[in-house]
Design a binder for this molecule. Sequence first.
Ligand code: DC
Length: 230
Amino acid sequence: MAENQKDIVTIDGPSGSGKSTICRIVASRLNYTYLDTGAMYRAVGYKARQQNIDLEDGPSLGLLLDSLDLTLLPGDGDTRVLLDKKDISAAIRTAEMGLVASKVSAQPVVRQKLTQMQQKMGEKGRIVAEGRDTGTVVFPGARYKFYLDASPEERARRRYLQLLEKGEKADQQDILAQILKRDANDSSRSLAPLKAADDAVIIDSSQLSIDDVVHFILEKVSASLANSTK
Ligand code: DC
């Protein structure tokens, strides 16, 4: 295991599996930094849209990435995302931007650049990284790897309730269709597809509360910490 990946926790899984909330809580309990890699793909998708770049046009996306000015700041809730010094946090967290991010994320030039940035951010360790490939590609040497799953129906139900809570209109069947589409995009791409690392602990959260999952992850991490100091 690479020395600097010892104290890295990776949590991958499909959209709507509860990763963000769980990663935030786990990071705060461990006093680690939360790294939301999905926000980075969303920011690139947002900028491509702003510049009317075709989401499959690798060379143009490459140029966009060369001048990418992206900052992630810890927030009370979701990570705050600054693009060209402008706060785009709310604008990137829509279902549409999720699909846009999923499309640009299949482009090798995008994956290469963002993976490098993420590895740089993780150089000092003590991070909880969330995404699709953080345990397989970004931090293959991380000591603690988890893969969080839940049935598509349960993920759609949770997203639906979240939107209702925010006072937004939503249709559970539409959300389910979007989730299935994003799962298909993210799992079928040839580069760094969504999948559990061979050494990840797989958690099916369909029947579990957020507290249950957080508790489970923290138990595993502290058991491993205790063993490593023996
Ligand atoms: O986690 P999220 O919903 O914010 O991610 C948005 C999209 O970004 C997701 O559908 C696929 C892509 N993504 C990725 O390819 N690799 C990651 N490590 C994180 C996100």
